[in-house]
Design a protein around this ligand. Sequence first.
Ligand code: DSN
Length: 420
Amino acid sequence: MTMTTTRETPLPLADPAVFQAIQNEQQRQTDGLELIASENYASAAVLQAAGTVFTNKYAEGYPGRRYYGGCEYADVVENLARDRACELFGADHANVQPHAGSQANMAAYMSILQPGDTFLAMDLAHGGHLTHGMRLNFSGKLYNAVHYGVRQDDHRIDFDQVAALAKEHRPKLIVAGASAYPREIDHPQFAQIAADVGAKLMVDMAHYAGLVAGGVHNNPVEVADFVTTTTHKTLRGPRSGMVLCKQELAKDVDKTVFPGLQGGPLMHIIAAKAICFHEALQPSFKDYAKQIIANAQTLAETLTAGGLTLSSGGTDNHLLLCDVTTLNGVTGKIAEAALDRAGLTVNKNMIPYDPRKPMDPSGIRLGTAALTTRGMKQDEMKRVGDWILTILKSPEDTSLAEKVKAEIANFAQDYPVPGV
Ligand code: DSN
């Protein structure tokens, strides 16, 4: 029998298949331990804003200069988001319309680069991002991307190499920032190298924006021409992006985002970003940022004591890059699957100078932003580290995985997921 639905029918009845998948995902997020370094749990208020009638609204243009009628409330939320973003990071200008981090990076590139121009960024295999010039990405196809990396002995950014490549290639733009680099990045040093060769500096702080907002990492806005970010990682907002820039670049950035790259901004997500920035401006966010790092450092100590090797020997931020091949025959792919079976969600990851291939690399990447949001502290990190070690020492033992999964589901009940 086909059920008749109306525009008012609630989701469980309107589309049981999608509803069930959402329920299952909610259960997965609640019962498991989320250790993917780029993920977090948005607040109930952020989730609520993202599910409002602003999704119905077209608002091409910018506040006060729209191409559609009825934008008065869209202007309110976009102005709130822009003003709060500038206050949070001390920026001259914020464009909060990029749909994601990739679009934010594209907007910064297209504001000053022409096709074929050279830029210098971190190698994907050493912790950089796809949009930092990977050959199959728009950034690698449109531009001449030159890459720096980390030193082989200590896995720290090789600033001698950055400076030498900058002198040799004279890039128009230098990009700092990474997706899998466990150390605080020295933005002023990048700024000095950029100044020495007359390049602009862009910092992609997508991973550690929350640590900058919380005052526990140095603020790239103070030294960079452009700073791009996502808003859903350590910053804990909706899945989206943003560009911050100096005043003299504001017009170019705005023009590049709209009409250059995008049409209508996602006003429901911009409303959610405004809430995210408001939350990050609260004093409690500083405690959150500090705790993320304390948790990552405790997890690092626990895993190192258990026999894992960490890239760079530890962490200054929210993430750890672990070489799992130091445990008999385990690879990143095996580790990811084994941990997943036990309710520990991580991603396989290349480690610098990895002799293995990206689909089955030597490492896994772990992050503590999400578990910290659930209220976990150092004691809980020790337990999490012990579970990880238990599984990695017997990755094929499915009954052990089931036992650990049940223990974790029981443990996780004490740490609520916002909005659930
Ligand atoms: N894909 C994201 C990550 O996991 O780091 C970066 O955008």
